[in-house]
Design a protein around this ligand. Sequence first.
Ligand code: ES4
Ligand code: ZN
Length: 337
Amino acid sequence: PDYRPFLAALPKCEHHLHIEGSLSPSLLFSLSARNAIALPSAISDIAYANVAALEARYKAFTSLDDFLAYYDRASRVLIKREDFADLSYAYMQKASEDGIAHTEISFDLQTHTQRGIAVETVVKGLNDGLKKGEKEFGITFRVIMCILRHESVQSCVDHVDLALPYYQSGDIHGLGMCSTEKDQHPKKFLPVYQRAKEVGIEFLTAHAGEEGPAEYVRSALEDLGVTRIDHGVRSVEDEHVLAMLRERKTMLTVCPLSNVALRVVKHLSEVPLRKLLDAGIRFSLNSDDPAYFGGYLLENYYQVHDNFNFNRTTWALICRNGIEGSWISEARKQELI
Ligand code: ES4
Ligand code: ZN
């Protein structure tokens, strides 16, 4: 049978989506013109010759760090509150087409403050677009600020403090940690998570076990005290980490197309979904940086189905776990089930 209508109709939740990673090459070129922000010349980097050349370069990432260089550069065209609103609204439109019921989007604050963009511009702009999308499409949302592991611990702590008024006003909900993972032991960022707990931020996650080892997943859980793990696919390399995830009912936010694009796995069939299911570990499926990795959420569902051929019971379980693992009220969960 053709599973596509079934997958499209499932009550899907997305929990791992970098809003800067939904900046498509075409929006990148148009914001570059609108804000008079020069991109690298096609002479210094041929990838910037045109949209097609950039899309082709995005198909040839060799690692997380190779991708991050393009992701970071592209983010520089985001200047005004409207730019952030246009970006988040465009994502909500796409989410609606994909049949997403609830989404938890991340943004990187340090990337923007370092260029002199005000916290207010970023946070209010993103919320403008998200609220417009919620009204229009009925998609509920949460906002997660991600601190960047390539920055100093002090900068990360300072940005928790900078964002604090927006946690208190309900414009930001959760805290995450992303960017380069190699040789960045989670424990190094303990002061950030301590500060978050001190100021009452309840919803904590971290990227771990993407390029880094299962030990980093353990540390994020035990040292940082996160209740969710972004990626976490390398957890399957350690039975003790799997047991810990199962006992705590921790949800992994797995990103299949991202893992292929960034060479975490050679082929989508190697994403350890079967192993996680068999081990009783909860996970959701996510698009991560859809403008860079070849597909939004529904495309991830399609390609997972093409490779794993899950039955309807398994698909229902995956979506149920995604609802349960969302940072929303019991009442909203009941609506989604
Ligand atoms: C990211 Cl795929 C991925 N991994 C780590 N950090 C990120 N930031 C944006 N996308
Ligand atoms: Zn990510």
